[in-house]
Design a protein around this ligand. Structure first.
Ligand SMILES: Nc1nc2c(ncn2[C@@H]2O[C@H](COP(=O)(O)OP(=O)(O)OP(=O)(O)O)[C@@H](O)[C@H]2O)c(=O)[nH]1
Ligand SMILES: [Mg+2]
Length: 302
């Protein structure tokens, strides 16, 4: 690093926060230009904080993607809200995300969460590809009037529109300081985290109703470097009821086979190497309410 860029380097943590389904994970992936966070059309896809690193010539943004902010109804959701609170406390800068075409009432719970935050805040209004540009101005106005945001940037995370402007707004508010991570590093999460998430993403895409929400995935075996053989990954899919297990497995095991095939393709693309993937389904009654299981699955630290 040259002396000049060392002196003017900026680095910091930027926490993404917003309602479920507004496109936080899509934005994270678009900014990092790598699929780090899973995405689905269903709300509450993200359950844990996901860290992504974006390093430029004179800056390093460490993005923290978080679960959508909601009123918790069960222990897993409580853990999800705690994750958001911790990520907000860790932030140098807060980036709230909302959707174009909504009013501030829709975002009232998130806005009140940010009210007590001490850090500078930006707002990105996402999904502008879905509405007429003219309709955006009243929304921008209304959100400025909350007094919470230094800058408001309309974007489409999906179409990668407005991201340069957003990145500039982020960059100029980062604290001066040296990078926290090597420039080529995109995340510090372990591979097995991404692998489990990619399987969970398939389940979010493939199954309806309560199933995705009652499902957790953890990696039991991850054997690399087997001479002449593919890496072996064994994943356990946990559900709450026998009926859910039956649906996940399907007639003659067909549904599980399809989930396995789609998951393996996504995992191989992510890891850039072939793997052998084995899935098993188990039932843990009411695991979403069980502190022990939540801890085992990594949703809580205590
Ligand atoms: N049209 C449009 N759709 C988008 C855009 N960004 C995200 N989406 C879609 O919105 C849905 C939710 O996206 P996610 O990135 O999973 O949203 P999230 O905020 O991370 O959701 P949670 O993790 O559940 O809180 C997906 O179907 C995305 O494809 C956008 O700019 N335009
Ligand atoms: Mg998400």
């Amino acid at each position: 690093m040259s002396k000049k860029s060392k002196d003017s380097f900026r680095a910091g943590y930027v926490t993404l926060a917003g309602r479920p389904n507004v496109g936080k994970s899509t934005l994270m992936n678009a900014l990092i230009a790598e699929k780090l966070a899973i995405v689905s059309p269903k709300p509450q896809t993200t359950r844990q904080r996901v860290l992504g690193i974006l390093t430029g010539e004179d800056y390093q943004v460490i993005l923290l993607d978080t679960p959508g902010w909601l009123a918790p109804k069960y222990l897993l959701q409580k853990a999800m809200t705690q994750t958001v609170e911790t990520a907000l406390a860790d932030a140098d800068l807060i980036l709230m995300l909302t959707e174009a075409g909504t009013t501030k009432e829709t975002d009232a719970p998130v806005l009140s969460l940010l009210q007590t935050a001490k850090q500078p805040r930006l707002l990105a209004i996402n999904k502008i590809d879905r509405i007429e540009k003219g309709l955006l101005l009243p929304q921008i106005d209304e959100m400025y009037q909350t007094g919470l945001f230094e800058e408001i940037v309309p974007i489409s995370a999906l179409q990668k529109d407005g991201l340069d402007v957003l990145l500039d707004a982020i960059r100029e508010r980062l604290p001066a300081g040296e990078p926290f991570y090597p420039p080529d590093m995109l995340s510090n999460e372990p591979e097995r985290f991404f692998v489990a998430e990619l399987i969970r993403e398939q389940i979010f895409h493939k199954f309806e109703d309560e199933i995705p929400y009652a499902t957790a995935v953890n990696i039991q075996t991850f054997e690399e470097g087997r001479p002449g053989r593919k890496d072996l990954i064994e994943a356990v899919i946990t559900v709450e009821r026998d009926s859910q297990k039956a649906i996940l497995i399907g007639k003659g095991g067909l549904a599980l086979k399809e989930t396995g095939t789609a998951s393996r393709a996504a995992i191989e693309q992510f890891l850039e190497r072939p793997v052998f993937l084995k899935l098993v389904v188990r039932v843990r009654k009411k695991w979403r309410q069980d502190p022990k299981v939540l801890k085992q699955l990594g949703y809580t630290s205590h």
